[in-house]
Design a protein around this ligand. Structure first.
Ligand code: SF4
Length: 398
């Protein structure tokens, strides 16, 4: 299956850690477009490669070496391809092989298996990377290519939902007593997290999920801001519950009858809370900048061209002029050409201006979000009628 083609349910297994905690989040996220990211696309590519390798291992007759090599050759042409993917997917393959060989008898293997957990979650389905089943054991294995946050298999709701779906699909054919879950994340630490529970425990989790999912599908229940739940929530920048929680933390200290000086414990606690507050503020800035650049109004704010930087137009010519002006060559060279601001610092504004001002070009800076009182003129990405007309004129005159 092309991973790009993987369908996503509203209450997806991969977002279960969010909608189980903050039940209205799934419906709220629906209102925010999913723009994807390079990291997600890179992960998709690595998953496609991992799938090919497992297919070749488990179904060699249908998908032999030649087909594997051809399919990998195709993936290598993708822009986000990186040779290190071969090694990381080998780690995953080795883990799956070792797990399969650990079964008493050869287990039944399902790769990229669509699992339906609609009995617990309305319209719930997903795609499990690898399922091994046999000897009373149902083992769900998930490959994760992220390197930012280590994901634990312990009580992992995504894995548990896949296990519920797999159990539902195979229960008539295979008796199951034990559920095993593994996450192989080869770019992080030791790269493997494993967990095990009984079928009874899994089914009890299913009952808990049912209640939460019934609320989540309707967008009901309480919004619950939580660092883990909010981290990748598409609504995080505009979510009122998160905004109000962070604003309360940032702007409403509880003075009470406490001592006037805060303790080290409180410093630590405020700093911890401050991380979430800073992240929230940075999410707000990102949204505001985008809106301003799109020509929309965020009262009190505007987008302006950021501070630019100066560079030598022609370092050799500039240094020749400086040398002719009596500047010692030793002042001019470090391991790389000295930047205009650095040399201005050495020479002083006056001498720099006399000798080098004509050698410097001013490069525009990145757009930045500032308060309205800033003296710089507002900029937007929108092409004005005047600019468009100018361009048309340019074409005509060519
Ligand atoms: S940002 Fe946090 S609180 Fe708001 S909907 Fe998302 S998960 Fe819930």
């Amino acid at each position: 299956m092309g991973h790009e083609e993987r369908a996503h349910a509203l209450l997806s297994a991969s977002n279960a850690h969010r909608w189980l905690v903050c039940t209205p989040s799934a419906r709220l996220e629906e209102q925010i477009p999913d723009t994807g990211s390079d990291a997600a696309r890179e992960g998709t590519l690595a998953h496609e490669l991992a799938e090919l390798k497992l297919r070749n291992y488990f179904f060699t007759v249908d998908f032999g070496k030649t087909k594997l090599a051809r399919a990998i050759g195709k993936l290598k042409k993708e822009g986000l391809w990186d040779d290190e993917m071969m090694g990381y997917t080998d780690t995953y393959l080795d883990y799956v092989k070792a797990t399969a060989l650990g079964f008493k008898n050869i287990p039944t293997a399902r790769i990229e298996a669509r699992v339906d957990f609609g009995a617990w979650v309305p319209e719930g389905f997903g795609t499990a990377d690898c399922i091994l089943i046999g000897g009373g054991i149902l083992h769900v294995i998930d490959f994760k290519y992220g390197k930012g946050v280590a994901v634990s298999a312990e009580g992992n709701p995504q894995m548990a939902l896949y296990a519920l779906g797999a159990y539902e699909a195979f229960k008539i054919l295979y008796p199951v007593e034990t559920i095993r879950m593994s996450i192989v994340q080869p770019r992080i630490g030791d790269g493997v997290s494993e967990w095990e529970c009984s079928l009874k425990e899994l089914l009890a989790f299913g009952e808990y999920v049912k209640e939460k999912a019934a609320l989540a599908i309707k967008g009901e229940g309480e919004f619950v801001p939580d660092e883990k739940a909010c981290r990748f929530c598409r609504a995080k920048g505009r979510c009122r519950a998160r905004s109000e929680e962070k604003a309360r933390l940032a702007f409403s200290p509880d003075y009470g009858k406490k001592p006037p000086l805060i303790s080290n414990e409180e410093v630590g606690e405020y700093l911890r809370q401050g991380i979430g507050v800073a992240k929230w503020v940075s999410d707000l800035q990102e949204i505001a900048l985008k809106e301003c650049l799109a020509g929309k109004e965020i009262p009190g704010w505007k987008a302006v061209e950021g501070r630019g930087s100066r560079e030598w137009k022609d370092p050799d010519a500039a240094f020749k002029a400086l040398a002719e002006g009596g500047i010692d060559e030793a002042l001019l060279w470090e391991r790389r050409p000295v930047t205009p601001p650095a040399l201005e610092k050495i020479l002083g504004k006056k001498e720099f201006k006399e000798l080098a001002a004509g050698c410097v070009i001013q490069k525009p800076g990145k757009p930045a979000l500032v308060q309205e009182s800033d003296s710089r003129p507002a900029v937007t990405n929108k092409v004005t009628a005047k600019e468009a007309f100018k361009e048309t004129e340019g074409i005509k005159n060519e």
